[in-house]
Write a protein that binds this ligand. Structure first.
Ligand SMILES: NC(=O)c1ccc[n+]([C@@H]2O[C@H](COP(=O)([O-])OP(=O)(O)OC[C@H]3O[C@@H](n4cnc5c(N)ncnc54)[C@H](OP(=O)(O)O)[C@@H]3O)[C@@H](O)[C@H]2O)c1
Length: 333
């Protein structure tokens, strides 16, 4: 059986283009012990993919040149040599950007299509949801009545962060690009306010919507927005460094926060997080979030693009702000 795959052909300088990818058809190997053959149904598109294309040390090794691009996905088991998996099981795993994969069962787990639509296991009930849950609760430590600001607020992580902070009784202000996204945050997700960073002044918006200052900032974008929020933080504020998407395609060094002395003045803390540190506790978090979804307290939104061959351009939607919710590819077969 053949698999269509996107291989990393060349490391990008700045914004990735078509020449960074090879789209190939490869014969799949037969199964060794404890392996499965999976029909990939949905592929997760994540800003982190841009980082995995770079050479150099990070929290995970880079994708090698000529290797299938790394990606999480949900699929159906077609064949198995592991007694714990059987044909017809639905599974989550790191299948890569491809339509069929053969891989070891280590790191793969079953998902239940009767509990949630399959794509949701790549969003709220998957890696971005876990990032939001542990990042805001363990590192942000929001307390009732505090003000929480989240950037990248209309995205996969940001929407969940804001909704969890609301569940915890906080005043929540989102920062996102465009009127539609800002309206959605307030009207559909119950944020107290949203600041459209593309069409309004962020500093002014923070002053207006955070009259008591900022106690927790969950940052997904870095750059100027991080600097602006630093001017509004309270004593003992917590800044969760989740990502810095505004900087990922830079050809110049990452722009650090020039207002960092605000941390000193306010005895505040800025702390990075990596979702994988919490793997052991994912099931507990997923169960609690599934409960919130069932109670209508947590709204999930996925943005589905059809067709494996769209991958290079679909990935760039994240950097153009064209995704509205968790971005996934529905694989055609
Ligand atoms: N630390 C971890 O373990 C971990 C895990 C998962 C994700 N992350 C990080 O979390 C962040 C969000 O990821 P996600 O999966 O939830 O993506 P996402 O928010 O669903 O999609 C990316 C969004 O970023 C915004 N964006 C793009 N370029 C921007 C710019 N120059 N300035 C400001 N905003 C920009 C766009 O929204 P607008 O339309 O609002 O501009 C876009 O929709 C990323 O930085 C990612 O790397 C970290």
């Amino acid at each position: 059986m053949k698999s269509r795959q996107f291989l990393l052909a060349k490391r990008p300088i700045g914004t990735p283009t078509a020449e960074n990818w090879d789209y190939v058809e490869t014969e799949l190997p037969s199964l060794a012990e404890n392996q499965v053959k999976v029909k990939v149904l949905y592929i997760s598109l994540d800003p982190a993919m841009r980082g995995w294309m770079n050479e150099g040390k990070s929290y995970i090794p880079p994708v090698g040149i000529g290797e299938v691009m790394r990606a999480g996905g949900v699929g159906e088991v077609l064949e198995s040599t592991d007694p714990n998996f059987k044909p017809g099981d639905y599974v989550y795993g790191g299948f890569g950007v491809c339509d069929y994969a053969v891989l070891p069962t280590q790191g793969i787990h079953k998902v239940d299509p009767n509990l949630a639509p399959l794509e949701r296991y790549l969003g709220v009930l998957g890696m971005p949801g876990m990032t939001a849950y542990f990042g805001i609760l363990d590192t942000g430590q929001p307390k009732e009545g505090e003000t929480v600001v989240v950037s990248g607020a209309a995205g996969a992580v940001g929407t969940v962060v804001g909704q969890i902070a609301k569940i915890k009784g906080c005043r929540v202000v989102g920062i996102a690009g465009g009127e539609d996204k800002c309206r959605y945050l307030v009207e559909e997700l119950g944020f107290d306010a949203a600041i459209d960073y593309k069409n309004s002044d962020v500093k002014k918006g923070l002053k207006e919507h955070c009259p008591d200052g900022v106690d927790v900032f969950f940052d997904n974008v870095g750059g100027d927005i991080l600097d602006d929020v630093l001017t509004r933080i309270n004593m003992k504020a917590r800044i969760v460094v989740c990502g810095a998407i505004s900087q990922y395609n830079n050809t110049t060094p990452v722009k650090g926060p020039s207002n960092y002395l605000s941390l000193l003045v306010n005895r505040a803390r800025m702390e990075g997080i990596v979702v994988f540190d919490n793997v052991a506790n994912y099931p507990k978090a997923a169960a609690e979030m599934a409960g919130w979804i069932a109670q209508g307290k947590l709204v999930a939104k996925e943005h589905i693009v059809e067709g494996l061959e769209t991958f290079p351009d679909t990935l760039m939607m994240l950097f153009r702000g064209e995704n509205f919710g968790k971005l996934v590819i529905k694989v055609d077969h």
